[in-house]
Design a protein around this ligand. Structure first.
Ligand code: SAM
Length: 288
């Protein structure tokens, strides 16, 4: 691993360690419905062995574990120890016994070849600095006929990474100059996401990694937040935390006001803010 990659992973780990206690528990529904939908598309069968890369608190891991039943086993790995701890607690709270969670860099999974039937990754593959190389490692972990299913944002060059297009006007892209260089939009697209942007590139990357039967479907996840303030507070607990952490105080305060006002304007009376977030669902089967 280069020094840059190690520093980037340390930042991602810190951000998710800090967010773990409140991650996805801020009265904003997004990761949970997206995870449920991904599992629906991946259709785990009773008795299967499932690996969830970047499992977070288990938005995909736990519904998948339920479907594979007591004869199956589900392993969730995450780079952030606090996320793993919370996921373990959540599995216990929900009384799900066929789940194991481990701290691991999902880009280099230290696991036996051909030992899984299904690999999942919801909004996590996007965090891997060389995700295309990781896909080939994932293919090796799959038994013959094994499947992969992951989500990503629907990236476009001129939209803020991780956010639906309506935020482009609210979060001027020049604010991203405060981010570490590897998170600048052009860098992000070149280094991390360009292959995810166009379905043809994504299909080619999966084929090169050893997959076939690639299916890509863009579908909105209806996100709800109790208010503009609730959404902004929630945004500190996901990928956007990296922006909040790097914005100087005055610009952060101005951005907060702008977002709260614009989001509250979308509400009907005391109703929640509803935002359609385009999500890309990708499924493929290992080519053997
Ligand atoms: C946006 S969260 C998604 C979590 C979960 N899949 C969900 O849908 O709620 C991204 C997760 O990926 C994890 N992650 C980032 N880089 C990783 C890596 N190299 N290896 C394993 N996990 C990683 C983060 O710690 C975080 O828990």
């Amino acid at each position: 691993m280069t020094r840059d990659t190690a520093a980037y992973k340390a930042k991602v780990t810190d951000a998710f360690n800090e967010a773990a206690a409140i991650y996805d528990r801020m009265g904003v529904e997004f990761f949970t419905p997206m995870g449920r939908r991904l599992v629906e598309r991946a259709a785990p069968r009773p008795g299967e062995r499932v690996l969830d890369i970047g499992c977070g608190l288990g938005a995909t891991l736990l519904p998948a574990a339920r479907l594979i039943g007591p004869a199956g086993r589900a392993l969730g790995v995450d780079i952030a120890p606090a996320m793993v701890e919370e996921a373990r607690r959540e599995a216990g709270r929900q009384g799900i016994g066929n789940v194991e969670v481990r701290v691991m860099d999902g880009e280099h999974p230290d696991l036996p070849a051909r030992s899984f039937d299904l690999i999942l990754g919801s909004y996590s593959v996007i965090f891997l600095p060389d995700a295309r190389a990781a896909l080939a490692r994932f293919a090796r972990l799959l038994a013959d006929g094994g499947r992969i299913a992951f989500t990503s944002p629907v990236f476009a060059r001129d939209t803020f990474p991780f956010l639906p297009p309506m935020f482009t006007e609210l979060i001027p892209l020049d604010l991203l100059r405060h981010l570490p260089e590897s998170w600048h939009p052009e860098q992000l697209h070149r280094q991390l996401h360009s292959w995810l942007e166009h379905p043809a590139d994504l299909t080619a990357a999966l084929r090169r990694a050893g997959f076939t039967d690639v299916r890509i479907a863009d579908e909105p996840v209806p996100m709800t937040a109790a208010s503009g303030t609730a959404w902004v507070d929630w945004s500190h607990t996901q990928g956007m935390r990296l922006l909040w952490q790097h914005l100087p105080g005055e610009e952060a305060a101005a951005l907060r006001t702008r977002l709260v006002t614009a989001l509250d304007a979308l509400r009907e009376g005391d109703g929640p803010v509803r935002i359609e977030v385009p999500v890309r669902y990708v499924t493929a089967t290992v080519a053997r």
